[in-house]
Ligand binder design. Sequence first.
Ligand code: SAM
Length: 293
Amino acid sequence: MNSVATPGKTLALIREKGLVPRKSRGQNFLVDSNIVRKIAVAAGLGPDDIVIEIGPGLGALTQELLKQAGMVIAVEIDGDLISALEENLKDKDNLRLVAGDALKINFDELVARYKGEEGGRLPTYKLVANLPYYITTPLLMHLLTGKFNITESVLMVQAEVGYRMLALPGSKDYGALSVAVQYYTEPAIIFKVPRTVFYPRPEVDSLVVKLTRRTDPPVQVEDEEFFFRVVRAAFNQRRKTLVNALGSLGLDRPQLLNAVMAAGIDPRRRGETLSIEDFAVLSKILQQQIERR
Ligand code: SAM
């Protein structure tokens, strides 16, 4: 089939199938084959690669991934799009289409189902997606904390989220998402994407980012769940000083002051100035305080 990633072909498909792009599902389809190619190239695919795609839509990116990878497992929530894809891509024997909500999917289990385990071990795989923007953050958190066997993710996200993923301490974009992304992966911006390459056009520009999984986290954290509780508490009330913001952890003020100072942090600082290393030291001391109570 000709490339779906053109305005003419996308509009024709939408009309032919009687579809209405749903804003509530983040349906902004790529209509520029050059951008599609650049996304696939960023993933560095070869015939041995297994790729998960979240939200194949009308198949614009899927077509390119199918050309370059060994197997593409595409997860789509919208039943109407699944039917359209089944029809349009029926001759592609390296495609596995899955109807479902990516937020609830264990991607390792999907790969094991379709690819099996090699020598008792689940193969590694890549993830490529033009993400539905209404759930970008929860999806990213699911991908990161799910500790799936994903080595690299190439993701189209709204520009503002892309900048937050790479933000450093002290900047306005730095937050819990930056800490999570940088703790689990090495993020890089690959290229900017104007809103004009989508149909319908979104209200924001986008970025393609690449997240390369770290083999070891940049800091030692004993209890990741507690570490992220501290991070979230520190950023939840950004305007408060660190000691005030950490009030939600259930320790009293003198205990919090002690812990923050024992971590070598000035208690008047705000959470948004703390590095990942600061959060690691602080959460360890806070946890010891809680255990001693
Ligand atoms: N990949 C296509 C493209 O680039 O043209 C479509 C991308 S569009 C931005 C996002 C796609 O994600 C839509 O097809 C939408 O139906 C799908 N989607 C939305 N929420 C989803 C979810 N929770 N799980 C899986 N797919 C979802």
